[in-house]
Design a binder for this molecule. Structure first.
Ligand code: ATP
Length: 257
């Protein structure tokens, strides 16, 4: 089957016995925005990290646009097969800012395009400045991360991922470490990307934002995807009390109507 992103039979354990993801089969089409919700420890971050190629998987394969880029070796415990050029089409932003503190904002942005893609400094700088301008951060190009607010740092982290022209962006609780007043500016950037039809997988505990941005919502629990539906159905259909109960029970949140 050809999907934009295709996760087949994914199994991931830690230390050989803690099975965090068990036979995950998941497909998404280009332009979809899939929000993953579920109880703490249910493997949401691990799923994103596997799709990004940051975790060694036990079983399964992951394809992007029909190209296999990660596959477990079923016959041995050797490293996974990883197709780096395809994997590099996946961008990720983490909960905690991962900017290099000793580099300026511009320095952080142009490092990967120059190193990973062999882009010239002038070309990477030009693209970085355009992107910073678009995100309202042009005046911060020469600043060091320590001089920025949390919201600004996360916007720079998003810009850094975007500069590699990803086909899909993964967001792992990118606003949960931010003060409430800074959340909106980061969510605003994500909503802008949504308008531009960027494909996204988003882990968030913010149900209001999930409702706003998702084209699809997935519940993960006990190592599996247990529900997969459009958000309108998920959040508003009173004929599906199981959904409301689920949210209340596992996330300790009220459903939004
Ligand atoms: N590097 C690791 N080594 C060992 N165990 C790990 C590692 N990373 C995650 N785990 C475990 O895997 C399980 C899933 O973790 P994960 O962070 O994916 O859950 P989550 O659903 O994102 O949780 P939360 O909502 O709290 O962020 C947890 O039990 C966690 O302790």
């Amino acid at each position: 089957m050809s999907s934009f992103l295709n996760v087949q039979g994914l199994r991931k354990s830690f230390g050989g016995h803690l099975v965090v993801l068990d036979d995950i089969n998941f497909q998404m089409e280009a332009g979809e925005r899939v929000v993953i919700i579920g109880p703490s420890g249910s493997g949401k971050s691990t799923l994103l990290r596997c799709v990004m190629g940051l975790e060694k998987i036990d079983k399964g394969r992951i394809e992007l646009e029909g190209a296999r880029y990660i596959e477990a070796n079923p016959k041995s415990k050797k490293d996974n097969f990883v197709d780096i050029p395809v994997r590099n089409k996946v961008g990720m932003v983490f909960q905690h800012y991962t900017l290099f503190p000793h580099l300026t904002v511009l320095g952080n942005l142009i490092l990967a395009p120059m190193r990973a893609r062999g882009e010239s400094r002038s070309s990477a700088t030009e693209r970085a400045m355009q992107l910073l301008d678009r995100l309202g951060l042009k005046s911060k190009a020469g600043a060091f991360p320590g001089m920025l607010s949390g919201g600004q740092k996360q916007r720079v982290a998003i810009a850094r991922a975007l500069l590699l022209d990803p086909k899909i962006m993964l967001f792992d609780e990118v606003t949960s470490a931010l003060d409430p007043e800074l959340v909106t500016e980061v969510e605003g950037v994500m909503l802008e990307l949504a308008e531009q039809k960027m494909s996204m997988m988003i882990v968030t505990h913010d149900m209001w934002f999930a409702k706003r941005i998702a084209t699809r919502v997935i519940f993960s629990a006990d190592g599996r995807i247990i529900e997969d539906a459009p958000p309108a159905k998920m959040f508003t259909n009173p004929s599906e009390p199981r959904t409301a109960d689920f949210l209340k029970k596992v996330l300790h949140v009220e459903t939004i109507s």
